[in-house]
Design a binder for this molecule. Structure first.
Ligand code: ADP
Length: 657
């Protein structure tokens, strides 16, 4: 709209300026025409006086002719002067030396000639009169419009004659108008209907034409002086001012367009920026990760809502804090301050983050994982540190639950082992119980026989019988003890103890499982062989767990050898220092069998929970074994044994004093 308005104003301005310019030209032309007419009038009046002066003082014909010729020489618009008598007959005449004209005197003499009509008028008015114009050929093929002036000569109230002067219209223009005519003007005498009688001036040039007319009233006739002017080029910008205003308006419009475009671009950039900011803000606000920025002096410059929610302080309480953050547990302030000092000394923190403990506003502590990174601004300068915080209390709780459930699983596995062993146990307990029962029966028999024999031979008999009974009782006691041991060994194994690391001799571990291993070994007909390297350091481990690992491996080994056709079935339990250098300070346990060995496809899935090849197996043994050993920082693996069977090895850290 503004553009259209400015354009319309501009067009109007240019048009008005053009109009003004045209009106200027027109009025100048009108002025020039009026000036020209008054010039002509003045000249005609002056001529009139000169003509009247010709006949003053009754001159002789000759003197008159001399005077008239002189006048004709000076006034070139006059071509002929005649002195006529009262009857209009020519007494004498003078002729312009500049314009030779073939006058037809017969035509001029009659009373109906132009001169005659003019003189009749003059006589009637008793004052000079002009005739209307007429065409007078020069005789050489050219010609011109002429006009007669008749001047009555009177003496004593009587008309004594006439003075007839002939004007050439062309020469009138040439001598009276031409000096004040400009190059682009054309002057002409016309009749009332526009017919040109005489023309003087420039040939037409330029496309715009201006015209002015002015009447020249003479007594007896009226001439019309017409002036035409041509304006050179059609000027769009008629003057400098208009051009300047136009140029400035164009510049203004251009600047406006540029401004509008710039403004639009700026607006869109602002909108994009606002979008990006809103997106970033939404992202920061919806994050569950706490974010905190610190400058190089350690002042907190930014915290996101998640961080505030985590520590329970508002952003206002946190911003600007530097020396001691309010979420540092008081007892660890010193430690944290040192850590901060290290950070500001320029040490780049670990990429994977570190764990720490923070305090909520209500005083409760919680573990966090902190990931820090240097804050680099757009110019590439290091301006501070950015930290991300993860509240890992939930993670800790889950870990605790999974540890507990792992323990429960292990207990279950242990019970399952016990279940499997129940049959072995009953078989094993059968022997001492049968022995106890038979010793008891034997003792009772002895006692009954001694009662039946009577008191006479009692001393001798009773001495022998008592010895037997004592022996039987001792056997009973030993067998009961043996049964008790069997039960205790199972009880010890099953009893759940709290997880605790302690320094244990490898031999003690083997001793703890040997009764149970022997039970199965005896049933399967396998020999058990153990060897422990001399001067071994104790291992640091959870005793119950490692015992179960050993028992599991031993049982798996014996089950692999559960084939009576195999020769020399030996289970080898060996403990020694770990061979490799990087494992110095570690103790290696090896459980070797000469059984079926492990096929490649089985080997792939060996440690997968619930993978088993046995119908009554649970498939949990090996996976639990590996978990336990890895919890101790050790390694559990297996390798084929030459010529047959498998070696399972695991390592445990030695307890350094
Ligand atoms: P389970 O004893 O309940 O089957 P494990 O995880 O202890 O579960 O063992 C998984 C499988 O690994 C066994 O079923 C057996 O096929 C194989 N295996 C384990 N130890 C040996 C071994 N010493 N020799 C051959 N195969 C073995």
């Amino acid at each position: 709209m503004l553009g259209i308005l400015v354009f319309a104003m501009l067009a109007t301005l240019v048009w008005l300026a053009g109009r003004y310019e045209a009106s200027q030209v027109q009025s100048r032309l009108e002025r020039d025409t009026a000036d020209a007419v008054s010039d002509i009038r003045v000249a005609l009046t002056r001529n009139l006086q000169s003509l009247q002066a010709l006949n003053a003082g009754e001159p002789g014909d000759l003197a008159w002719e001399v005077e008239a010729t002189e006048l004709l020489r000076n006034r070139r618009e006059l071509v002929r002067i005649e002195w006529r008598d009262a009857n209009l007959r020519v007494r004498t005449h003078a002729q312009s030396p500049y314009r030779p004209v073939a006058w037809d005197l017969r035509l001029r003499d009659g009373s109906q000639s132009d001169a005659g009509i003019a003189c009749a008028n003059a006589r009637r008015l008793s004052s000079p009169a002009y005739s209307s114009s007429y065409f007078q050929p020069y005789g050489d093929g050219l010609g011109s419009e002429m006009m007669e002036l008749c001047l009555p000569l009177t003496s004593g109230g009587r008309t004594t004659g006439f003075l007839v002067a002939t004007y050439s219209l062309q020469d009138m223009l040439l001598n009276l108008v031409a000096p004040s005519l400009t190059r682009n003007q054309e002057a002409s005498f016309t009749e009332a209907d526009g017919t040109r009688l005489a023309v003087l001036g420039a040939a037409r040039r330029g496309s715009r034409m201006f015209m002015a007319q002015q009447l020249l009233d003479l007594s007896g006739t009226t001439l019309v002086l017409r002036m035409d002017a041509w304006h050179s080029a059609p000027s769009l910008f008629p003057n400098v001012l208009t051009a300047l205003v136009t140029a400035m308006s164009i510049a203004l419009v251009t600047v406006m367009v540029v401004l509008v475009r710039d403004n639009r671009r700026r607006l869109s950039a602002e909108r994009d920026l606002a979008d990006a900011l809103a997106f970033r803000k939404a992202m920061e606000d919806s994050l569950v990760t706490g974010l905190r920025a610190r400058d190089l002096e350690g002042r907190i410059t930014y915290v996101n809502p998640a961080f505030c929610a985590m520590v329970g302080f508002s952003a206002q309480e946190l911003l600007g804090q530097s020396v001691t953050a309010p979420y540092w547990p008081p007892e660890r302030v010193e430690e944290y301050r040192q850590r901060q000092a290290i950070r500001f000394a320029g040490t780049v923190p670990p990429r994977e983050g570190f764990e720490s403990e923070f305090m909520r506003k209500d005083g409760t502590r919680f573990p966090v994982l902190i990931i820090e990174a240097p804050l680099i601004n757009a110019l590439g300068q290091h301006t501070g540190w950015m930290s991300a915080f993860l509240d890992i209390s939930e993670q800790r709780r889950v870990e605790e639950i999974s540890r507990a459930s792992q323990e429960r699983l292990q207990a279950t596995a242990r019970l399952a082992t016990v279940g499997e062993m129940a049959s072995l146990l009953s078989h094993e307990l059968n022997q001492p119980l049968a022995a106890i029962s038979s010793y008891a029966t034997g003792s009772i028999n002895l006692l009954e026989a001694s009662a039946a024999a009577g008191p006479e031979d009692a001393p001798a008999a009773s001495a022998g019988q008592l010895k037997d009974v004592r022996m039987a009782m001792q056997h009973i006691a030993r067998q009961a003890e043996r049964a008790g041991k069997v039960i205790k060994s199972v009880h010890d194994f099953v009893r759940r103890r709290d997880q605790a690391r302690e320094a244990v001799q490898a031999q003690q571990l083997l001793d703890a499982i040997l009764p149970l291993v022997s039970l199965q070994a005896r049933k399967l007909g396998v020999r058990v062989h153990t060897s422990v390297e001399a001067h071994l350091p104790p291992v640091l481990c959870d005793r119950t767990m490692v015992e179960q690992v050993l028992l599991n491996l031993a049982r798996n080994a014996m089950q692999a050898m559960d084939d009576p056709s195999l020769p020399r079935r030996v289970l080898d339990l060996r403990v020694r220092r770990a061979a490799s250098n990087q494992h110095s300070g570690w103790v290696e346990f090896a459980v070797t069998d000469v059984g079926t060995g492990i096929a490649a496809d089985v080997a792939e899935k060996l440690f997968t929970p619930f993978f088993t090849t046995r119908t009554e197996g649970m498939g949990l043994g090996l996976s639990l074994c590996r978990t336990v050993i890895e919890q101790h920082g050790g390694y559990l693996g297996f390798a084929p044994h030459e010529p047959r069977g498998t070696v399972f090895t695991f390592t445990l850290p030695a307890a350094t004093p």
